[in-house]
Write a protein that binds this ligand. Sequence first.
Ligand code: GCO
Ligand code: MG
Length: 403
Amino acid sequence: MPRIVEAEVITTCPGRNFVTLRLVTDDGVTGVGDATLNGRERAVASYLEDHVIPCLIGRDAHRIEDTWQYLYRGAYWRRGPVTMSAIAAVDVALWDIKAKLAGLPLYQLLGGACREGVLVYCHASGETIEETVEHARGFAREGYRAIRIQSGVPGLPSTYGVAKEKFAYEPAEKGLPPVNAWSTEKYLRSVPPLFAAAREALGWDVHLLHDVHHRLTPIEAGRLGKDLEPFRPFWMEDACPAENQDNFRLIRQHTTTPLAVGEIFNSIWDCRQLIEEQLIDYIRATVVHAGGITHLRRIAALADLHRIRTGCHGATDLSPVTMAAALHFDLSIPNFGIQEYMRHTAETDAVFPHAYSFDDGMLHPGNEPGLGVDIDLALAAKYPYERAYLPVNRLEDGTMFDW
Ligand code: GCO
Ligand code: MG
């Protein structure tokens, strides 16, 4: 049996922070898992270093399910983003090792490919509708078949999802949390014209998506969904905060625009009602924040019973290790919907050499044994951790609001 003899947490900042767990077996086989929790990176690193790694040394690397249960049930304190990201890192590293030992790309161990490639969506944004549409046009020319569109809101100095530098929207910033301003009224007026212009310019063959980023009440979300119906969006994402899953009933009563939610969910319990009552169409939980491949497979299986498809989160704060794991997962499940894909910077790609590749609007994880992604330790060491935060959001009168 392959024993875990070494475990190391690597925190590196090639443009943004990433936390990676690297496990080594007694035969020298290595596995990597992403443990990045944007803006709270050190908490997961400590959870792993101080509490998880001491329990891993000497364990059988093949016992993935048992290790998952050991870390989840064994801790007594269940769920939560820190716990579940740490468990995910261990889980993904163990799947990497198992697939390398089998000499197979991970998707083969998960049941084999259900499709030829993974449909992805990219992010187009701009201060104005014209800029956003131009950005989207460029992506369409590159072969993307699905594009998320976000535009500046007239009258607001800055808002969510609009890149400061072209092509490089980055959710976290160095220093203390920046402050964005918000007005629901101004925002609700700005989105339908964006969709109208995008349809006019791009036609109907490309999928258009939009992220509300948890900023509306259910009835406001119902209205936006209704206003967007003529433009047939692929989805409206994170319309409301979803701590209260009941909220989505009201949105559903008012619109047929498909609903996606769940990038901040960390367990099946966060989405059980949303799925069982068919209140959403796409579940966005991810490998890294929802307990690894072992747990995400359970979420996907529950979703499949209710004809809900997956649409995993894939912003730049999820490292190439998560992207690789997500692609193996996406390729192998029956109810895959779409995968978010924000390109990492060249520095990040160099620290995490990977086998996945983009062609004709789709990603493929490649056919190297394991995940097909590694961490270059020497290069990672050149980029020390730098504290960074997501922005906070305030209404124009100063009231703290949802981000
Ligand atoms: C998305 C997300 C991101 C998140 C970010 C937080 O849909 O891609 O909303 O932009 O805000 O990943 O860390
Ligand atoms: Mg989002």
